[in-house]
Design a protein around this ligand. Sequence first.
Ligand SMILES: NC(=O)c1ccc[n+]([C@@H]2O[C@H](COP(=O)([O-])OP(=O)(O)OC[C@H]3O[C@@H](n4cnc5c(N)ncnc54)[C@H](O)[C@@H]3O)[C@@H](O)[C@H]2O)c1
Length: 256
Amino acid sequence: MNLAGNVAIVTGGAGGLGEATVRRIVEGGGSVVIADLADDRGEKLAADLGSAARYVRTDVLDDDAVLAAIAAAGELGTLRYAVTAHGGFGVPEKLVQRDGSPADRGAFQKTVDLYLTGTYNVARLVAAAIATAEPGEDGERGAIVTTASIAAFEGQIGQTSYSAAKGGVVGLTLAAARDLSSLGIRVVCIAPGTMRTPIMESVGEEALAKFSAAIPFPKRLGHPSEYASLATHILENSYLNGEVIRIDGAQRFQPR
Ligand SMILES: NC(=O)c1ccc[n+]([C@@H]2O[C@H](COP(=O)([O-])OP(=O)(O)OC[C@H]3O[C@@H](n4cnc5c(N)ncnc54)[C@H](O)[C@@H]3O)[C@@H](O)[C@H]2O)c1
């Protein structure tokens, strides 16, 4: 199935990995709804891309907002794809703090809500919409790409919430692919290592150099365009399904 002539929703579409994916989809001839909460960046990106893109303010945890993004996608053409790349929240915290107090349960819940429940919510609502599209070759109707992290496998000290949330995103991949198989909708998860997005750049060059040193090859952070290239490849490659793909330069996180 091709991007050309079809529509995708990208959550976090105004963010680092999301924006690169949005641009790549449009380059491939598709249309995109940028579903994000960053109004300025989202509006500007949509304006840059012209009639092939639209920004819809969307909280992934708000059903009405996700349904509005789906409705906007329908106005652009046939919705067949979603890429979930929303995020940003995360409080590093050990289970037991230096002063002996236990970690904050609320912060854990908030992290799981954003990354895991948000991904699940978008997947269920978008899949129900894609299910109404006419099937193409092999009965395929579309595909959903989710974003985990290599922290799902090698969570670092202080990362229990984020690792658990991303581990959940990994865990739902095969079950979701099986659930949606009868509808001709594929589900594939990307687990990025350390990608050079604005949020990562904000840590400064010294910290970035430290990250790069821990990456076997290439000895640098990943480019958002490399994530986008993988995401759009997955959308177009009908035989990829139910799998989690690492994109990390062979990086394996150490405990800290
Ligand atoms: N950058 C990395 O190194 C890296 C590594 C592994 C995994 N990831 C994952 O990739 C995803 C994207 O990361 P990024 O670096 O591009 O982050 P980013 O902060 O650049 O972009 C995330 C976007 O999500 C939006 N967002 C936040 N909450 C939202 C909500 N409730 N509903 C809709 N949109 C919301 C933000 O406004 C932002 O534009 C995240 O899930 C992150 O955990 C990133």
